[in-house]
Design a protein around this ligand. Structure first.
Ligand code: FES
Length: 169
């Protein structure tokens, strides 16, 4: 999602209704902001002040939190990214439960490092903030699906399903 420097991009009211509908499903759950942003990204071409304010209002979180999240995320999104974006949770509970081994397994399997995209543009590896499923850490998200309780073996099996295109997106 493109972040307008001045946040002056105007979003139509019908799109804002859709944004509100998405964000309201996660009222009082700030940890789901990432999921909301990913879904909103599909319906609005650029981030605007009104989008941020609708998300903040519907989720019951400060608007500045929405801005910092999107700005952080936009920095990661400038490079071309793959069809499947594998996001590794970088927050402490996942770290403690072995995120490092999961990252190693992913990098070895795909022959790329975190932050990179495979040459065939199918996979991108990147870090993200807490996915909101710490109870099953370590966790990843592939596009919009989350996977938890991972081990190096299980994450390899999951990604291999994507390599073979056996997962409906
Ligand atoms: S810390 Fe990884 S999902 Fe929350």
């Amino acid at each position: 999602m493109k972040v307008e420097e001045t946040y002056s991009y105007k979003t139509s009211s019908s799109k804002l209704v859709q944004v509100a509908e998405i964000a309201s499903r996660y009222k009082g759950r700030p940890e789901m902001l990432m999921k909301v942003i990913i879904q909103v990204q599909k319906i609005v071409p650029a981030f605007s002040a009104s989008v941020a304010s609708v998300i903040a209002r519907e989720m019951g979180i400060p608007q500045t939190d929405v801005y910092s999240f999107v700005t952080f995320y936009a920095m990661l999104s400038v490079k071309p990214r793959g069809k499947y974006i594998i996001r590794m949770c970088k927050s402490a509970p996942c770290h403690v439960k072995g995120a490092k081994e999961i990252v190693r397994a992913l990098e070895d399997l795909l022959h790329i490092k975190m932050g990179e995209t495979t040459e065939d543009n199918r996979f991108t590896l990147e870090y993200c903030p807490c996915l909101g499923i710490c109870e099953v850490s370590p966790a990843i998200m592939i596009n919009e699906k989350t996977y938890g309780n991972l081990t190096p073996d299980s994450v390899r099996s999951i990604v291999k399903m994507y390599i073979r295109e056996e997962v409906e997106d």
